[in-house]
Design a protein around this ligand. Structure first.
Ligand code: 5AD
Ligand code: SF4
Length: 509
């Protein structure tokens, strides 16, 4: 049986696509390889949102090229955004590659590999399924489901943020029928998944293509001071209705998250959903990108800083203690010291407890290429450091404030960090999980408690996480009965790491 390995770069969307590739390949008779070196087929699932990620691909192909000199039958495939963006150009630049496959062409993988196997030429398949969009459903194998899972609700992006390559690499917005989304969630929950994260590039622009959901708004229109009424109406989507539908039809689901939303679709109806649906986690990752209106306009983000603040304030008023995290780009063309100070001011004003900060990098096919990349690398570096320092201050204060409290933690798997509890004994291992507000908590347990929701009393705050002690130990479960635990003896794999140890980065475009 031929073997495969998938190496993932980039965001959750890529991680999710990698899982679908694995399922398609298993279905076609391929077996997962022990490691990349031993695989017959290696697929590199790429990211092109920032230049650095693209460089990583080139060095990985170089490394595999050496392996291929020793094993000429090795098939090297490139999938994901770089594949979509570069297509045949990539084959010319890196002749070690046998196959280039776009995100919408994953179901064709077995056929393309079979063609190669019979001596076919290198293949390029990067066609968007615009006319008949398809969404591959998860097919969890018995006992393989983790505590958390992703479910795609839409793909592509109709925004035109001037710095962003995603509309080019992922195509126009296409939505998945609500019926399919609910079915997939129900299947995953039956397999033992406790928490679902809905995925989409602008996840909250969702509309049901089968028109089965009540169109928004679900609540009487709210008067936004910083958004004109007509614009607010354009921003209404069916995403809140989808959340209500999921909550109603899969009541066994413990927690529901979504990523990444666009601030202009943080509507009154969505805020109401957060207020009314206990299943929605009390944490939202809401990319803001900049705190300067001048920069936001040049980024074509379609909201002002005041509008962002007004909407997130309303969300926090509706859901007290909700935590917010965000994405910021520093050094966008023309960003002055004054503009950047406004970003720092916004960080403090909103009180973000986490930020993914990026230095602006020019991307092909983006409108911002017309603007001079005029902030120096050194200055971008300084701004990034100040951004992190500003948000870290708040994050540390927030985590420290939780010491002594008891938190409900959904256990995601074995942790790397030792929690060093005084009660640690033989057989005790470190586990890690997250609270509803997305704080990461490490603690010790004497047996596999993956998938359980446990009360943990917080003992210590680290820079990015918490350590605590279990309040009460749940009964030990027989491995077979524990659908959420891994098949590996001695504990489950952390859900944020793929089956072959792939690391998952926390955001998408
Ligand atoms: N340069 C730097 N950061 C970028 N991002 C997207 N495009 C670029 C770019 N050209 C960041 C945004 C987005 C996150 C996924 O990546 O902050 O939210
Ligand atoms: Fe779309 Fe997000 Fe990229 Fe803007 S930043 S174009 S919303 S994917």
């Amino acid at each position: 049986m031929p073997s495969f390995a998938v190496v993932t770069f980039g965001c959750q969307m890529n991680m999710h696509d990698s899982t679908r590739m694995e399922e398609v390949l298993r279905g076609a008779g391929y077996a997962p390889a022990q490691d990349v070196e031993g695989a017959d087929v290696v697929l590199l699932n790429t990211c092109s949102v920032r230049e650095k990620a693209e460089q990583k691909l080139r060095s990985e192909v170089g490394r595999l090229g050496q392996l291929k000199r020793r094993r000429p039958d090795l098939v090297i495939g490139v999938a994901g955004c770089v594949a979509q963006q570069e297509g045949e150009r990539l084959l010319r630049a890196l002749p070690q590659i046998d196959l280039i496959i776009g995100p919408d062409n994953i179901p064709e993988l077995p056929r393309l590999l079979a063609d190669l196997d019979t001596g076919g030429l290198p293949q390029v398949r990067t066609v968007f399924d615009v006319d008949a969009p398809s969404f591959l459903s998860a097919r969890p194998r018995p006992g393989s489901a983790g505590a958390t899972a992703f479910v795609t609700v839409m793909k592509g992006c109709n925004e035109r943020c001037s710095y962003c390559i995603v509309p080019h690499t992922r195509g126009p917005e296409r939505y998945r029928p609500a019926r399919e989304i609910v079915d997939e969630i129900a299947t995953l929950v039956r397999a033992g998944v406790r928490e679902i994260t809905l995925l989409g590039q602008t996840v909250n622009s969702y509309r049901d293509p089968e028109a089965s959901l009540p169109p928004g708004p679900l609540v009487a229109e709210r008067r936004w001071q910083h958004t004109r009424g007509s614009l607010a109406r354009q921003d209404e989507t069916e995403f809140p209705a989808l959340l209500y539908r999921i909550a109603e039809q899969v009541p066994e689901l413990l927690r529901l998250r979504y990523t990444s939303p666009h601030p202009r679709h943080l509507t009154a109806s969505l805020i109401r959903a957060h207020q009314e649906l206990p299943v929605l986690a009390r944490h939202v990752h809401m990319p803001v990108q900049s705190g300067s209106d001048r920069v936001l306009r040049r980024m074509i983000r379609r909201y002002s800083a005041a509008e962002y603040v007004e909407r997130t304030d309303a969300l926090r008023e509706a859901v007290p203690d909700l935590t917010l995290t965000t994405d910021v780009i520093v050094g966008f063309p023309g960003e002055s010291d004054e503009d950047f100070e406004q970003t720092l001011e916004l960080m403090r004003r909103v009180g973000f407890v986490g930020v993914f900060g990026f230095k602006y990098s020019q991307r092909p096919f983006t409108p911002a290429l017309q603007l001079a990349d005029d902030v120096s690398e050194a200055e971008k570096g300084r701004r990034l450091e100040r951004l992190f320092a500003t948000v870290d201050e708040r994050k540390v204060a927030h985590l420290t404030s939780l010491v002594g409290s008891t938190q409900r933690v959904l256990v995601e798997g074995r942790g790397k960090v030792q929690a060093f509890s005084a009660t640690a004994g033989e057989g005790t291992a470190s586990y890690t999980g997250r609270t509803e507000r997305n704080e990461i908590v490490h603690f010790d347990a004497p047996w596999d408690v993956t998938g359980e929701v446990l009360e943990v009393t917080i003992r210590e705050a680290y820079k990015n996480s918490l350590a605590g002690d279990l309040q009460e130990l749940p009964p030990r479960r027989a491995p077979a009965a524990s659908a959420a635990s891994s098949t590996r003896p001695g504990g489950a794999q952390p859900s944020r790491v793929g089956q072959d140890g792939r690391r998952l980065l926390p955001v998408l475009g």
